[in-house]
Design a protein around this ligand. Structure first.
Ligand code: PTJ
Length: 248
């Protein structure tokens, strides 16, 4: 599809096309298209830009990833469709392992996602070899199967575009959870330790840059981040935008 650069919503339409291609290439599932639609709606409500509150969460996420002992980035079909290159770059900068972990699991899709990540420069992808499978408790979906070298033994897990049950289970399992979620009211957003309310396709670039730029002093500082307070601010941004639209 040809999208004119001058189209007022060109950026958003390009992102949508990426997901459609990801779906056609066997990375994302149909349900992922629906999840993307929900994301688009919230992106519209936050103004389709990275807010100050998202920047604050990104800084906290960068610090947490860089100071983690064993960080892991969990990748699903949507994430693999939208930003595989950036996921690999983030993993290289932070030393985080990459693990494929799917809600609608299939061996074929896991392999397709792993291949895509490798094409984008990843050396090792976890979550593919069943010899290393372990179960995390209190979770019914296929996502309970994790890699013992990855999510199972991680201290910090980045789980972007996630469903609520998984985030709750990871928290109960003692993990420090970071997420990208455009819906500040979702269970994932509300349960995670650090929620970046931004489109992953925008926010991940800033997360990579922030990881590159954080100074030694900033890394040593005691973290002051309050996720609940930050989420309230994101909800207020949405309320303000809705009010402005209603009064226009
Ligand atoms: O590939 P699989 O099998 O693991 O399935 C993945 C999906 C996405 C289908 C699954 O995790 C799912 O159903 O997720 P949910 O419960 O719809 O949650 C996805 C959340 O991500 C929603 O709150 C969306 O608003 C949000 N979201 C969608 N697109 C983006 C986003 N947040 C940030 N950036 C986006 N581009």
């Amino acid at each position: 599809m040809l999208i004119p650069k001058t189209h007022p919503r060109a950026a958003s339409l390009y992102i949508r096309e990426k997901l459609v291609h990801g779906f056609r290439d066997g990375l994302a599932v149909e349900e992922g298209l629906l999840a993307h639609g929900r994301g688009e709606m919230f992106d519209y409500l936050i103004g389709e830009k990275t807010t100050k509150t998202a920047r604050k969460a990104i800084k906290a996420a960068a610090r947490t990833l860089l100071t983690a002992k064993s960080p892991v980035i969990s990748v699903n079909g949507n994430v693999a469709s939208l930003c595989p290159k950036e996921i690999v770059e983030l993993s290289k900068i932070t030393g985080a392992k990459i693990e494929v972990n799917l809600f609608y699991a299939s061996e074929k899709r896991k392999k397709t996602i792993a291949q895509t990540l490798k094409k984008n420069g990843a050396k090792e992808i976890l979550g593919i070899d069943s010899r290393f499978s372990k179960r995390i408790t209190k979770l019914d979906s296929a996502r309970r199967i994790v890699d013992k070298r990855g999510i199972f033994s991680a201290d910090v897990v980045l789980v972007p575009l996630e469903d609520g049950d998984r985030t709750i289970a990871l928290k109960k399992f003692g993990k420090n959870v970071i997420t990208f979620d455009l819906n500040p009211m979702s269970r994932t957003a509300q349960t995670a330790d650090i929620t970046i309310v931004d489109n992953i396709t925008r926010g991940i670039h800033l997360l990579i840059d922030t990881c590159k730029k954080l100074s030694k002093e900033e890394l040593e500082e005691k973290p002051k981040f309050d996720n609940k307070k930050n989420l309230k601010k994101s909800i207020l941004i949405i309320r303000k935008n809705l009010r402005r639209m209603a009064n226009a």
